[in-house]
Every structure is written in C-alpha cells, then in structure tokens.
Design a protein around this ligand. Structure first.
Ligand SMILES: [Zn+2]
Length: 280
C-alpha cells in the first residue's frame, strides 16, 4: 500500500507534467472506487480549469486549480497516477482520465479500486480545509513532529506506540512497514503504551521517522522518470529494511532473532533485545 514517501514522490513526479496545464476533458470508467467517481461534478469543475499546484497532505494528492477548486486523490491499495500520450492504448483498470491541453493525459489506474477521487468546488474549499484536512494527523515533516509535540499528543493515549504512529487521526502517512522500521531505529518496543514514553524517546522517534521517510523519498526520486509513459509509476521503493518481513533472521544490531507478533491486527517485527519496553 502506498505510504507517505510513495505519495510524496507521486506529487514530485507529476508536477513537471501538470503545473500550468489546462484540463480539456474528463472521462471515467463508470466503475465505483471506494466511492463512486463524481464524473459530472468533475467535468463541471475541471474542464477549462488550469492546474496551479500539486501537494501532498497525509496520503492524499491535492491538485489545486486556478479558480481554487481542489481535486483530491487517494491511491488506496493499488492506485497509480501516470502521464500518457492521448494516443497511448488505454489499459485495464484506468478509472479516471483527464485530457490536458498538450495532447497528454493524466490517468488514474486502480486494479483493486480502494482509491478515491473527490472534488471540492471553489465555493466549498473552506470546508475542505476546516473539516477534511483538519481531521488528518500531524505531518512528520512539520515543526510539531518533535519530542515536545509528540509527548503532548500522546499524553492520554495508552495504545501501543506502533498503533499510535499508524493512527491517521494522530499521525499522517506512516503505515505498517515504516512504523516497524522507525521503532527499530529508535530502539523502542512496539507494544510500549504511547503515554509512557519520555520526551527524549519521542524526540528519537521523530528523528528516526524523518530520516527513514526522507531516505525512502530519495530512493523513489530515482524512479520519477517512470511517471511518463507506459511504465506508469513504481510501487514500493527498494528501501533497506532492517526488521520488516525478517522474522527469524538476525537483528542487524545485536544478532538476536527478529520476532513477529500481531499488534492491532498488523504484522509487527522487532528485536526483543534492542527494542526496550518502558513497562519493564
Ligand atoms: Zn537487536
């Protein structure tokens, strides 16, 4: 499933192809994604409108238009955005196609259809900011994502820290793979209740999270040319994973066996020796 780095790289990959372009036509497959694609509203809001900015918020791609309408896309499990020539053969699972003023198209392909496409018309954008975007958790690249900010955010939360990091209402964009890797790097046991960590431990979590996410974005950066043409966009970035998926293998730090356990229903990998529990 795409996580923050994949969505960030998607935005970076799309910008050179989309900024300043005017949308000519909108077509959809007619098949519903997580919700039906609002094709008529998209057509009304997008046709003749020009793309001003493309940014990521949480795991959403926000495409802002000249009249201040905002197109919001979530990639779901298998969603991909790519730029193609209007002459390129359509492929299976293309669910939304925006034709641009340069004979190119933005295509949203989503085999499993867990993605989402929504539009906020210009006169409803305030609602987007105040309700939808305000509900998203703290951004790992924001100022508040630090020892003090996270300590404050977690003070009444007794969930395991791993579930806390993956809760999108609290923290944006950190999924299962990165949560595992961040906690290993920070030396913190994934079952530690979030409200038992010290400010110093939260600072370490923040530092490790930013370092790991930036590394993943940099790894994805080399694949940006793939946004153009039939190869579409890449899936996961080939990160060097330390613990994720490594049950029974040696911990890269101490040599102890990596343990696997389900936490909050998600596969969790950790080293029982390097990752300290605050309860012990
Ligand atoms: Zn270890």
């Amino acid at each position: 499933m795409p996580e923050l780095p994949e969505v960030e790289v998607t935005c970076q990959g799309l910008r050179p192809h989309l900024l300043g372009r005017t949308i000519r036509t909108v077509r959809s497959s007619g098949k519903p994604l997580r919700q039906p694609i609002p094709e008529d509203l998209l057509r009304r809001c997008l046709c003749g409108n020009t793309i001003l900015t493309i940014e990521r918020r949480a795991k959403y791609v926000l495409i802002r238009l000249k009249d201040s309408a905002v197109l919001v896309i979530h990639l779901g499990m298998t969603g991909k955005l790519g730029i193609f020539s209007v002459n390129a053969e359509p492929v299976r699972h293309d669910h939304l196609v925006l034709t641009l003023d340069n004979e190119m198209e933005l295509r949203f392909n989503d085999a499993r259809r867990f993605g989402c496409v929504a539009i906020w018309p210009a006169d409803e954008v305030e609602e987007l900011e105040q309700t939808f975007l305000a509900r998203q958790g703290i951004e790992p690249f924001s100022e508040d994502f630090c020892g003090v900010g996270l300590l404050q955010l977690a003070k009444s939360c007794s969930l395991p820290i791993k579930s806390f990091l993956m809760d999108t209402r609290r923290v944006s964009g950190i999924g299962n793979i990165y949560a595992n890797e961040i906690l290993f790097a920070a030396g913190i046991h994934p079952l530690c209740p979030a409200n038992t960590l010290s400010r110093e431990q939260w600072q370490e979590v923040a530092t490790c999270a930013v370092r790991i996410l930036k590394k993943a974005i940099a790894a994805g950066g080399s694949t940006i040319s793939d946004f153009l043409g039939a190869s579409g966009q890449p899936g996961y970035f080939q990160l060097q994973l330390a613990v994720y998926g490594k049950k029974g293998e040696a911990c890269p730090r101490c040599g102890e066996e990596i343990t696997k356990e389900a936490i909050g229903g998600r596969a969790t990998f950790f080293c029982g020796k390097c990752q300290k529990s605050t309860q012990r």
